[in-house]
Design a protein around this ligand. Sequence first.
Ligand code: HAM
Length: 441
Amino acid sequence: MFDTLPGFRDFPPEACSRRNHIFRVFRTVARAFDFREFEAPILEPLDLYVEKSGEEIVGQLFHFEDKGDRRVALRPELTPSLARMVAARANSIAKPVKWFNVGEHFRYERPQRGRGRSFYQFNADLLGEPGVLADAELISLLVAILETLGLSESLFSVRLSDRASWVLFLDSLGITEKQRPVVLDAIDKSGRRKPEQTEEALENASPGKGAELLEQVNEIKSIDTMDALAKRLEKCGEAGRSRSSEWSRLLTLLEAHGAGSCIRIDLSIVRGLAYYTGFVYEVFETTGEGRALAGGGRYDHLIGKLSGGPDMPAAGFAIGDMTLSDCLEGNGLLPTYVSAPDLFVVGGNGQEKETLSIVSRVRRAGYSASYSLKQSAFGKQFREAGKSGARYALVIGEEEVAEDSVTIKDLGSGVEKRVASKSLVSKLEGLDEEGGLPGRE
Ligand code: HAM
């Protein structure tokens, strides 16, 4: 017996139905926001991720050399592929670009609850728009998806932060541009580490200032109101004041979108990925349990970096399927799917040809139809029809063939009706309209 590899999942039909339910909501809500679906390769050149995604992701890559000696990696995230696609079409593409994707990603992480080595993400990105209207559009799409899945605002919160504000704060604390990535990384990891470890990381970034920096960073991290944030930004001069009004505008827009009540200002979020430049956010359950359900933000320099050409404003987020399914399941919000054919066709052993021709006709008309794959007596076939969950059986015996008719039997009530073979589909449509044939899309 072979098991799945650690961190990989099998999806038997029930699990696949649950996954597809979530994917359906992703697609429906994204289309309501006028985003268009796109796809990118699963296997990419390794260099697409090195430097661009940041150390954390590079350390988790599934990579190898292919038979043509190319260094390749399974995609750990979609953002670099998207940036490459848009950069290659930068001059011809209509802006704003509003694209989404539902796809599989791979990271060599330690498998644990909510974290696997293969997982699905819903990505939505909006490129070509520098203003906060775009950030608000994305965050409200994220909130609308979670609400459509049944999560009420009391169950999750979007923790909103800002890399640009952090850059101003770190500048005011004397941190140089070169020291910045290490300090931001220490802040990102600080929630999962002991204070001594964060102090050590800050000390490494700025020798002699570790303890003082930790204190200042903790003070900033504790800011959770717009008033407190505006006061702190005020100390950063004109740039701070201008950032403060961007914050206020974003919060106002999110209110207008109806997404305001689940937004929390939380400066402890800086995001692990290296390319973010502006507003960033992560979604967590309000219980505080579990890893992030989603994360994203603005990344205005990635396109320029990848193409060597001009920058293009960009922002986006991804929702992961694993933490989301756990959260939905924990709140009783995952529907159980009953899968049953619309019709079960029961035929006499001498009427095989006529039986299969009816099966084929109703299938072509859009009904899902099943029949016994064993040659067995009517009684056994009816038992099989009952187990299949179908509401109606279509019966084709000697009499029916002689009369060129079919018997429609309601498997619940036992009521049956013989109809002319040529009018079968219109009779089924009649039942359909009366609500008699559920499940046909
Ligand atoms: P990320 O925060 O690395 O962002 O991932 C987004 C979400 O994917 C996480 O919140 C989590 O739900 C899920 N996820 C990440 N790693 C795993 C894993 N090993 N197992 C299960 N789920 C996981 C990004 O990937 C960015 N590229 C998002 C983005 C799009 N930013 C701009 N546009």
